[in-house]
Design a protein around this ligand. Structure first.
Ligand SMILES: [Mn+2]
Length: 272
């Protein structure tokens, strides 16, 4: 069974629900979804409530009766570790650091981590054919960082994690320690980049940061830059349906938006 991790606070409910719906629509085999959330004293964001989790789980049971979902609230653990850290307020949100705690709670052989601004476009079963037994993780390059930072700078929004090896090398624990000593801009991503020794670089279709292609597995709606007529950054998320259509010209997920409307529209409608 594939194990998939999503992390975040209450405000990514729609992204999480859309990501899960897209995975279930494209992937036949059952999946265990691990959902980790937290609230911390210095951040106003609320955690994703158990109530919201249950609403997603109810739909998962309908669409994929053999799939499972597990809820983790890591508030205490996170607060203890990051209380005095120079990275306690990263530029995005403290919730972006939750992924570093995953292996304290999750036991499985291989774990897929996806940001809540990702959507699945082809079956996740392709990961079963990728051998990362000799690597800590499989990752794809960061579209902008590979040019501006380092040629092999990867994007941590989609990671195929070898749990056993990461437990042996203590990669995620060392990343938490590292962030307690050193302030970094892309905190978790740069810590994992600097500390991981054995990475398998996967094709960009596993973390597509631009247009969706026929073989795209994961489309990541992360920040991008348009160069013409003048360089400017854009940041359109998949729940901003009108912008996805008009600005990104992406229509490949319209069936998923319909599914979302069916099950979640009265809880939290998409932006149109
Ligand atoms: Mn992202």
């Amino acid at each position: 069974m594939l194990n998939v991790l999503f992390t975040g606070n209450k405000y990514v409910f729609r992204g999480m629900a859309l990501g899960i719906l897209s995975i279930l629509k494209k992937t036949e085999e059952p999946i265990t979804f691990h959902i980790m959330t937290m609230a911390c004293p210095w951040d106003k964001a609320e955690k994703l409530s158990k109530d919201y989790f249950d609403k997603i789980y109810d739909v998962v049971k309908i669409l994929s009766p053999e799939s499972k979902m597990v809820y983790y609230d890591i508030s205490e653990d996170f607060t203890r570790e990051f209380l005095n850290s120079p990275n306690r307020k990263p530029p995005y949100t403290p919730a972006s650091l939750i992924r570093l705690f995953a292996l304290r709670y999750i036991t499985c052989d291989y774990l897929l981590y996806f940001d809540c601004d990702t959507m699945c476009y082809n079956s996740l079963s392709v990961y079963n054919d990728i051998d990362i037994s000799n690597y800590e993780m499989g990752v794809s390059l960061d579209y902008l960082g590979r040019n501006w930072l380092k040629a092999d700078y990867f994007n941590s929004g989609s990671m195929y994690i070898n749990v056993k090896m990461c437990n042996e090398t203590r990669l995620f624990e060392r990343a938490i320690d590292y962030l307690n000593k050193k302030k970094l801009f892309f905190a978790d991503q740069t810590a994992l980049y600097r500390l991981s020794k054995k990475r398998l670089y996967l094709p960009m279709k596993f973390n597509e940061q631009r247009s969706v292609k026929p073989d795209t597995v994961i489309k990541h709606f992360n920040k991008g830059v348009k160069y013409l007529p003048i360089p400017r950054s854009y940041n359109v998320k998949q729940w901003q349906v009108t912008k996805v259509h008009k600005k990104l010209k992406i229509f490949e997920f319209d069936d998923i938006y319909e599914l979302y409307d069916t099950y979640f529209n009265d809880i939290w409608p998409l932006d149109r």
